[in-house]
Ligand binder design. Sequence first.
Ligand code: PXP
Length: 245
Amino acid sequence: MINHHKRLGVNIDHIATLKTNRKTDYPSLTKAVQVAECNGADLITIHLREDRRHIQDQDVIDIRATAKVLNLEMALTEEMVDICINTKPDYCCIVPEKREELTTEGGLDILNMNENQFNFLVKAINTIHRNGSKVSLFIDPEVQQIDRCIKAGAKCVELHTGSYANAMSNNKNNELKRIENAAIYASKFNLQVHAGHGLNLSNLSDICKISSIEELNIGHAIIADSIFKGFEQAVIDYRSAINNG
Ligand code: PXP
């Protein structure tokens, strides 16, 4: 499906990083939700990591009560599926998680899941769908991974844009093309296509030209830009970059 208004998901994990690192009750995440929504965010994205390095369980409850549209990113575990069931986010994005990683370094490798893992994924997707949240699977932009997402019963995919964001200039176009091909392929099968990771004001415009991508989830760069221009202005700037892209 082609949608001309690309949704902006503002990921506020790194506001939680400030709060959690010092064990303070500020900066307020619910205020961040309100500021983001008032300035052009279509949804709020948070990642409850198993090690709770930024977002905490109580934050999930508070943010759910405040956000108009919530996208909860989480690993594929029994604990997280239970939390998702209790939280009822609008979207649940299943991501791979490694304790030692700095951030989500790659997509879910659904292609190489063993039978037990794949069956657990299918069961989790069914349980979460029955509870009213739409499941999105965070994958590398590859057709074979998309085929497995369809087989697993997902309604959306989020394409990992990290390789594009990190690519040197001589490889940037190849990475962009991979994302575009994957987005076109997924939308032909009626999957909603989201994208994210490593996007910033300098690399966003080419991604915005891919019409099959309906939603962009952006965190680190928005929070980094906020240091010098404020969170409100940073959200406004990403909103207009996407609108003008
Ligand atoms: N999408 C997903 C699924 C993520 O896990 C993340 C954070 O790692 C992002 C988007 C946002 O990435 P960034 O913080 O680099 O903008």
